[in-house]
Ligand binder design. Structure first.
Ligand code: APR
Ligand code: ZN
Length: 257
């Protein structure tokens, strides 16, 4: 299970870190309160702040970091049952984790939907407008076309229901870079069997690790990159991970040329 903390080393702010978090830096958008940027009522009143944020988060402007590639290595080694992410930056896909192994619980920019006639559109149709600061409009009914990011109160993607099968089967649960404040995602942390070890890697203690710890919980607090690199070293995978990151960086450089 991952949250915005795994993408801060890629240069994308998380939401709730004091001072650096997105929610402390939205003054320029004149929002009634920070979360409004992901609320439908506010979006219909004024979609500009969301699309301005989308432009800042445009995929292609950021690259996966060592944490994404550690998760990719878990997959390459046949150890990743599924990666549940709250992030909308798509960096898990860029790191080469197949869509079949991903649950993008808060949606993604890969697709979009007209907010009036519900017609689906490929995400790329929206980006052309967003990047030139225009509000994407439906060619059929002129309604606003919204990327399939899950706004507060919206239902999560169907794939989120995979948790009913996945979590009871998990042998270990890793939780990285999330405040575990948003439901229903946060409750997944309690969905593994009580005998299953849970490892929290995060700057600070969060969610049930703070108020209802289990006997087999392991908590590694502090900087995410340092913690993951230490875990990789203990696993004896440092060299393998560095090779993977080198190969993937060359691929991405080739793509950007
Ligand atoms: N090292 C260690 N921990 C970090 C680092 C880092 N470099 N950067 C951030 N963190 C931690 C923060 O301390 C915080 O506990 O990651 C966590 C990020 O929490 P949030 O900012 O709340 O992000 P997240 O949990 O993903 O938010 C969940 O809220 O607004 C909604 O839809 C949005 O998906 C998002 C959801
Ligand atoms: Zn329409």
């Amino acid at each position: 299970m991952v949250g915005a903390g795994v993408s801060t080393p890629s240069g994308i702010p998380d939401f709730r870190s004091p001072r650096s978090g997105l929610y402390s830096n939205l003054q320029r958008y004149d929002l009634p309160y920070p979360e409004a940027i992901f609320e439908l009522t506010f979006f219909h009143h004024n979609p500009k702040p969301f699309f301005a944020l989308a432009k800042e988060l445009h995929p292609g402007s950021y690259r996966p970091n060592v944490i994404h590639y550690f998760l990719r290595l878990l997959h390459d080694k046949g150890l990743l049952l599924r990666l549940y992410t709250q992030n909308i930056d798509g960096l898990e896909r860029v790191a080469g984790i197949p869509a079949s192994k991903l649950v993008e619980a808060h949606g993604s920019f890969a697709s979009a939907t007209c907010t009036v006639c519900r017609r689906p559109f490929p995400g790329k149709d929206v980006w052309a407008e967003v990047m030139v600061d225009r509000i994407p409009r439906c060619p059929v009914c002129t309604g606003i076309v919204k990327p399939d990011i899950v706004f507060f109160g919206e239902t999560l993607p169907q794939r989120f229901l995979l948790h009913v099968v996945d979590f009871p089967m998990a042998d270990v649960l890793l939780i990285l870079g999330t405040s575990l404040e948003v439901e229903p995602f946060a409750s997944l942390s309690e969905a593994v069997r009580s005998s299953v070890p849970r490892l929290l890697i995060n700057r600070d203690l969060v969610g049930p690790f703070a108020w209802r710890p289990r006997s087999r919980d392991v908590v590694q607090l502090g900087d995410m990159v340092h913690s993951v690199e230490r875990l990789v070293e203990l696993l004896g995978w440092t060299e393998e991970l560095q090779d993977l990151m080198r190969q993937e960086a060359e691929k991405l450089n080739g793509r950007d040329r």
